[in-house]
Design a protein around this ligand. Structure first.
Ligand code: HEC
Length: 107
């Protein structure tokens, strides 16, 4: 249900430009998040406050923001070495799924 709402929010925000982009599936992302958790905190684990990790908090951000950031690392428009290496290994579908997953409120 939440995923459906998020998908609509994503389409609403992104508009026609992203109409062809893969639709994120938060459930599908669950097999992919292990490579993010070590740095970005552990979902559903309350002690994972952003200041404990010296990385940005990505949970709860807009899916479009997360997806854009990952595409920017992948393309090199953003140049953080570790995020770039990770983003390069992600497909467009992976990015959409991860954006859907991390944009959920994990409180
Ligand atoms: C090795 C540690 C590490 C791992 C693993 C990692 N990240 Fe990151 N991530 C960072 C750091 C550090 C930054 C900040 C980089 C910068 O300053 O541009 C960042 C930035 C980001 C941003 C941009 C946040 C913002 O507010 O601009 C997103 C989105 C993101 N990561 C998603 C992910 C996802 C999704 C994964 C798993 C596929 C992942 N990261 C795995 C360390 C990591």
């Amino acid at each position: 249900m939440k995923t459906t709402i998020l998908s609509f929010v994503l389409l609403f925000l992104a508009g026609p430009a992203l109409a062809q982009a893969p639709v994120g599936n938060a459930e599908a992302a669950k097999g992919k998040i292990s490579m993010c958790e070590g740095c970005h905190g552990i979902p559903d684990y309350r002690t994972a406050y952003p200041h404990v990790y010296h990385v940005p908090l990505i949970m709860g951000q807009q899916p479009v923001y997360i997806a854009n950031a990952l595409h920017e690392y992948k393309s090199g428009a953003r140049s953080h070495p570790s995020m770039r290496a990770i983003a390069e290994s992600l497909s467009d579908q992976d990015i959409a799924d991860l954006a859907a997953y991390f944009s959920q409120d994990h409180k």
